[in-house]
Design a protein around this ligand. Structure first.
Ligand SMILES: C[S@@+](CC[C@H](N)C(=O)[O-])C[C@H]1O[C@@H](n2cnc3c(N)ncnc32)[C@H](O)[C@@H]1O
Length: 275
């Protein structure tokens, strides 16, 4: 049975038995110091607007807001640490943990997770590179997120090498015919677009992640039927990816808007909800 939980994740995590979950992926708040929100925009014909479809002029008006949450923490590590201690506790001995973050808090979170998981159990830092939105005129434009990959026990953990996605070689002529046909495995840096404004996948939730970037973590670090947890689940992107890949899931979020989106989005799977 899959679960969608409306709760503070610290409280709910405490109810999960030790070593219960095969895989944990979570996309934590980034401490961006702002309210993460998506405005609902309606384009209306207006004489003063910009020229658009059919030769008409359109203005863009904000009509409300989609799922939003406050992403501002006075002491971020103090907030995260007890939750990460629970994450470590509920993970199986063969389990893996992927923590999705950005450049602002990544270094501090890495030091904390090294303490909790043991530095030896840190396996890799993956970089998701995307390319959308504004650019900075006074800084290098940040268009990547960091995903810290830990295992509970580096001596034995699920890692399905053959499930790593393959992409075309940059110079297939140098690789030889057979290798070029197979493609090269994705390494620790990968490119993928964000969830597009017109995408079918879009739930209108601030900071929603594309399921295509999550699926490889699930396929490589778990097996069909395994139980996967996301304690900061947002619009439930990980649940959607798990459903499609035949894994069971537990999704937790303390935002009622996220809970409503997940209930609707994941209703096609066998779900139990609790609040
Ligand atoms: C970066 S978003 C996750 C987005 C998600 N990966 C998706 O694709 O939609 C972080 C989420 O953490 C939730 N959150 C923040 N503090 C929480 C807490 N103490 N317990 C549970 N959820 C929390 C927020 O409501 C927000 O939905």
């Amino acid at each position: 049975m899959n679960k969608i939980i409306l709760a503070d994740n610290l409280e709910y995590l405490k109810t999960i038995p030790d070593g219960y979950v095969d895989l944990i992926y979570t996309d934590v708040p980034f401490n961006s110091k702002k309210v993460q929100k998506r405005n609902k925009i309606k384009a209306e014909i207006s004489e003063t607007g910009l020229e658009g479809f059919g030769g008409n002029r359109y203005s863009r008006n904000t009509t409300g807001q989609y799922g939003s949450y406050n992403d501002n923490f006075d002491d971020y590590i103090k907030f995260l640490r007890p939750r990460m201690i629970e994450v470590y506790r509920v993970l199986k001995d063969t389990g893996s943990f992927y923590l999705h973050i950005d450049y602002r808090e990544c270094a501090y979170v890495k030091v904390m997770l090294d303490e909790i998981f043991g530095r030896d159990n840190f396996r890799s830092e993956l970089i998701w590179s995307f390319d959308f939105g504004g650019i900075s005129r006074n800084n290098w434009t940040n268009k990547h997120n960091n995903i810290l990959f830990y295992v509970k026990n580096k001596k034995h953990y699920t890692f399905n090498f053959d499930a790593i996605p393959r992409i075309p070689y940059l110079a297939p002529g140098l690789a030889g015919k057979e290798k070029a046909a197979k493609g090269k495995i994705v390494k620790s840096v990968f490119w993928h677009t964000i969830v597009g404004t017109n995408s079918k996948e879009k739930q209108g939730y601030a900071t929603q992640k594309p399921i295509a970037i999550l699926k490889p973590f699930i396929e490589v670090s778990s097996n069909p039927g395994d139980l996967v947890l996301d304690p900061f689940a947002g619009a439930g992107s990980l649940g959607e990816a798990c459903g499609e890949l035949n894994r069971q899931f537990i999704m937790i979020d303390n935002n009622p808007q996220a809970f409503e989106i997940m209930k609707k989005r994941l209703s096609k799977y066998n779900i139990q909800t609790s609040q």
